[in-house]
Write a protein that binds this ligand. Structure first.
Ligand SMILES: Nc1nc2c(ncn2[C@@H]2O[C@H](COP(=O)(O)OP(=O)(O)OP(=O)(O)O)[C@@H](O)[C@H]2O)c(=O)[nH]1
Ligand SMILES: [Zn+2]
Length: 341
């Protein structure tokens, strides 16, 4: 039975409304749509990780419990906000039942051979796109990730990792600095860090405060290294829950939500890190270049390809130095790659 049963109705309501506030505090981006009355003896929580019909739920107090998922609760993913109730612990170590899920404020998907498109994580607020000088800094790959973020209405933060490998001066250094300045000018935050030297990590985690974040980026830029460098201080919510539950080991492909001290959450899995290399709709690509937006619709021809078309507002803006030439080139490369696919 729920632990509130010993309280009278007024007390129960107060407890629940405090829970609302606490969860709202942890999850500032989303108000719960459930009223205290609707919750009844249920509590709000967040899905840390899901394993088939079971999931680890973090309560508003930060406790993690392995729960059964009611069939009617639908298909849950890491980051989902749920209503759950405590239940007498089963032999399998299950401590509660998940009854319902809140509408997602965002959802990250990936292509799946069986299901077409598969949701992998919910309610992500922030995406850190990681770059590095080695493998060589690629503004083209970076732009592709940025477009994918903009496509789901998330403003990415650009991370330059491995700053310890950057020469004090030279053409490569100048290029990186010039590009990063451009991204700042068009409205993106930039963080310079070194996972191995543990440099800039405080600034990075400060940017993660009060948000649910993920790290993405091309292979070898140091995403795993960054996650490992950031998480030792974190209150990692994997836990004894799984080791004593007898439900078997988690596979590393399962997306998992980790807590950091500053009310930050980091969701990580190998699948999530590949985000951005997945399909993007061609018509969304222009929108994904945020500084192009004021020029959309101003070209002479409605079907302007923004290449050599007469009266192209984007080309004109590049000629006038109002838009960056390389960004427009990367735009065309992304469009070309979509047409080839
Ligand atoms: N010098 C230096 N090397 C780093 C830094 N961060 C990561 N590395 C190294 O870069 C290599 C790749 O790092 P990973 O963390 O595996 O990169 P990743 O982005 O997770 O790669 P994938 O798992 O393939 O996506 C490893 O050899 C790391 O030790 C850094 O800040 N400085
Ligand atoms: Zn045009």
């Amino acid at each position: 039975m729920g632990r509130h049963n010993k309280l009278n109705k007024g007390q129960q309501r107060r407890v629940r409304s405090n829970m609302h506030k606490r969860l709202a505090k942890r999850e500032v981006k989303q108000e719960l749509t459930w009223s205290a009355e609707q919750l009844g003896n249920m509590e709000p929580g967040i899905i840390i990780s899901r394993f088939g019909q079971h999931a680890d739920v973090e309560s508003a107090d930060g406790e993690v419990l392995r729960c059964n998922i009611r069939r009617t609760a639908g298909s849950l993913i890491t980051g989902d906000i749920v209503a759950w109730r405590r239940a007498p612990e089963t032999e399998q170590g299950l401590q509660g039942v998940i009854e319902a899920v809140e509408d997602r404020r965002s959802v990250l998907t990936r292509p799946d051979i069986y299901d077409g498109i598969k949701p992998v994580a919910a309610n992500i607020d922030q995406i850190f796109v990681v770059t590095s000088p080695l493998p060589a800094f690629s503004a083209q790959i970076l732009d592709r990730y940025i477009v994918a973020c903009e496509d789901i209405a998330i403003t990415p933060v650009i991370v330059l990792n491995k700053t310890d490998l950057i020469a004090p001066e030279g053409a490569a250094t100048d290029y990186i600095n010039e590009r990063l300045q451009l991204y700042q000018d068009i409205g993106y935050q930039v963080a310079r860090v070194s996972a191995t030297e543990e440099a800039g990590l405080d600034q990075l985690t400060a940017l993660m405060a009060n948000n649910t974040s993920i790290f993405v980026g091309q292979s070898g830029v140091g995403k795993s290294s960054l996650v490992n460098a950031i998480l030792p201080d974190a209150d990692i919510v994997t836990g004894d829950v799984s080791s004593n539950s007898g439900l078997g080991q988690h596979t590393t492909t399962v997306a998992r939500l980790h807590r950091l001290p500053n009310n930050a959450a980091l969701i990580d899995s190998p699948g999530i890190r590949e985000f951005g290399l997945w399909h993007i709709e061609a018509e969304r690509v222009t929108w994904g270049f945020r500084e192009f937006r004021p020029y959309i619709g101003l070209c002479k021809f409605r079907d302007c390809s923004h290449r050599n078309d007469p009266g192209c507002a984007l080309q004109e803006a590049v000629e006038q130095g109002k838009l960056d030439r390389e960004r427009l080139q990367n735009y065309h490369r992304i469009i070309d790659s979509l047409e080839k696919a």
